[in-house]
Write a protein that binds this ligand. Structure first.
Ligand code: 0RA
Length: 632
């Protein structure tokens, strides 16, 4: 490198220094998420080139040495001198922060990338990076170390075709973890393939003994996405979809009702998952509700009692993908995943309303099935509301309203309070004996609770165990859920380590996930982990929570000296043992429930609790053979 720095080079160094000093500001964090963000940044650039209509194929490769490469067959990053910076354009893109915005003006109509920080950030956070461009009949190459150019633009030779190849090795002094995960990458790449019809994305992993490779390409775009989401459900009609450009905004919607009770709506703006929703989602919801109501009124289908179906009524059992692409997306909200452009609302509304009107007119049979579905949701909601009002009045009459079965804790501070949900009265008794009465409350649940995946709300509510639990938690549920009223900040499911226990656990988790979702999202739900074995030698006692621990405990000694007891149920332990191993702070092991990926969680819950027996068998079979611990 030359040692007489120009003003531009000093700027470059300043920019890189800022990125290396505070990587979190640019890529979120320096653990797993941030590491994968590097790949997304490079992939987003390639997908932008595809959205502009030039690239057809994107290939991501993971190498044995921890490096990753992203290649596309687009136009290739320009190599000519950039007038302002007096450097080849490609070097500007690679080394100057936010060069995309400066340089890409007029380059792309729409562009993805959540952070939109640009490839120079990937460069700054990589110990080595190599960029190759095929353009103007030549293969060009540049090299960098931690963002600093170590090899200026060099012509390697003549070549056919065009494209860009980015190879980078994440900096081990920046990242806490360096392993790319196949599962994490494949989810995002598959999603991008759905969102960009026809684009082929290949993921190749060369790290194992045998290379592993998959190509994602969906010529049906988001229609294939909905098809895939509903794969294991029973649809009420063929997928309805629309795709159009209005006011320079590309709008796509696909939807399909199934006989389930959940709303499964994914919205995107410029390929970014808008988890906080926004204008496109609002337009979507209103369009569906208005089209359903209008058709039902016109045909005289709605009875007087359900004179208007609410938007929520019309979302029950609906699977949909809404994707918009626009030049100037405004991302708002806590996590910048809420689309703010007001114009999008009426555009999505107009397009979808028109499409649905047409679909209903053309398909009276399906229209009828959809309206029936929404009316049933409406009636269930009304019934649930009545039941809720009734139980509220009843509670007001009966004082505190806390269920009699609840053994409450003394202190009133939710932050210090824990609720143990225990299987059966006998285990409940043991837990009561072992608890810390100041901070730990016990609620024994009798038998199996109802499967909320298969029953609708009014029926779920008629279940005694569910009602008791809702009252104990204090929050209400569904639309009226209020996190502020939560009486315990740790809700600990404590069930036996057998099939029944795991069934009850799954039922409870399904209920929390469906009806009290913030409890799961905000980390209030835990699973107690009782030991599987007790090992005794003379007066000494050890506990083993898995086979490996048991092996460690008995390793090196003559096993005959030990008595090993296997615990199948909580009831086999006395109160003191249960307290020591499973309930007391310090010794116990709690597993916090997290939902990392909502699409996957949806499918797992549908598989496990839905009525497709085959899907459930398949899941249990796969789960049984993998040792992977699934964090639901
Ligand atoms: C701006 C202009 C042109 C290409 C690109 C950007 C470009 C960037 C990336 C990043 C990854 N792959 C890419 N492919 C292309 C070309 C303008 C022209 O040829 O007229």
């Amino acid at each position: 490198m030359s040692n007489n720095y120009t003003g531009e080079q000093i700027e470059v160094l300043r920019g890189l220094e800022a990125v290396r000093k505070r990587p979190g500001m640019y890529i979120g964090n320096t653990s797993e998420r941030g590491l994968h963000q590097l790949v997304y940044e490079a992939v987003d650039n390639a997908v932008d080139e595809a959205m502009a209509g030039y690239a057809k194929h994107v290939t991501v490769v993971l190498y044995k040495d921890g490096a990753c490469s992203v290649e596309d067959d687009g136009r290739g990053i320009p190599v000519e001198l950039h007038a302002e910076e007096k450097l080849p354009a490609v070097e500007v893109v690679m080394t100057i922060l936010h060069a995309g915005a400066k340089f890409g003006k007029g380059g792309y109509k729409v562009s993805g990338g959540l952070h939109g920080v640009g490839i120079s950030v990937v460069n700054a956070l990589s110990e080595e990076m190599t960029t190759r461009v095929k353009r103007d009949g030549y293969l060009w190459e540049l090299k960098f170390e931690r963002g600093i150019t170590t090899q200026r633009l060099k012509k390697l030779g003549k070549v056919e075709g065009t494209g860009t190849f980015q190879w980078f090795k994440p900096d081990a002094t920046v990242f806490e973890v360096l392993d790319f995960h196949w599962d994490i990458l494949q989810k995002r790449l598959r999603e991008l393939a759905f969102l960009n019809r026809g684009l082929a994305i290949t993921l190749r992993d060369e790290r194992g003994e045998e290379p592993r490779q998959r190509e994602y390409r969906y010529d049906g775009g988001i229609i294939s996405f909905v098809e895939w989401l509903n794969e294991k459900k029973d649809p009420l009609h063929p997928i309805v979809s629309t795709h159009n450009e209005r006011d320079g905004i590309d709008i796509e919607v696909s939807l399909q009702y199934t006989d389930t009770y959940n709303e499964l709506i994914y919205s995107y703006a410029n390929n970014i998952s808008t988890t906080e929703g926004g204008m496109h989602l609002l337009g979507f919801r209103t369009a569906v509700a208005n089209a359903v109501n209008a058709y039902a009124k016109k045909r005289g289908i709605l009875k007087e009692s359900d004179s208007t179906l609410s938007t929520d009524d019309c979302m029950e059992g609906l699977t949909a993908v809404v994707s918009v692409k626009l030049t100037d997306p405004q991302f708002e909200g806590q996590t910048k995943t809420k689309l703010g452009n007001a114009r999008v609302r009426s555009l999505v509304y107009g397009l979808l309303n028109e499409r649905l009107e047409f679909f209903f007119e053309e398909n009276p049979k399906y229209a009828r099935a959809i309206i029936d579905k929404c009316s049933q949701a409406h009636r269930a909601r009304e019934a649930a509301k009545k039941a809720r009002d009734l139980s509220r009045r009843k509670n007001a009459l009966e004082g505190s309203g806390l269920p009699g079965k609840l053994v409450d804790c003394k202190n009133q501070d939710p932050g210090l309070s824990e609720l143990f949900l225990v299987e059966g009265d006998s285990a409940g008794g043991t837990a009561k004996g072992g608890r810390d009465p100041n901070t730990q409350a016990i609620l024994p649940l009798r038998g199996k609770i109802i499967n909320v995946e298969k029953a609708r709300l009014d029926k779920v509510l008629s279940n005694e165990e569910i009602r008791t639990m809702i009252t104990a938690l204090g929050t209400g549920f569904g639309d009226e859920f209020n996190e502020q009223k939560l009486r315990y900040h740790k809700i600990i499911i404590m069930t036996d380590a057998d099939v029944d226990g795991s069934h009850i656990r799954t039922l409870l988790l399904t209920f929390f996930y469906r009806q009290m979702r913030p409890l799961v999202d905000n980390g209030y739900v835990y699973i107690a982990q009782p030991p599987l074995y007790g090992v005794k030698k003379g007066k000494k006692q050890w506990w083993a929570f898995n086979e490996a621990e048991l092996r460690d405990i008995v390793a090196g000694s003559d096993p005959k000296e030990f008595t090993i007891q296997q615990y199948k149920g909580l009831g086999e332990m006395d109160a003191e043992q249960l307290a020591q191993t499973t309930m007391e702070h310090g010794n116990r092991r709690l597993k916090r429930i997290t939902v990392e990926d909502t699409i996957e969680a949806e499918q797992i819950f549908t598989d496990l609790m839905g009525d497709k027996v085959e899907a459930r068998k398949q899941y249990i079979f796969e789960y049984a053979k993998s040792v992977k611990n699934i964090d639901l």
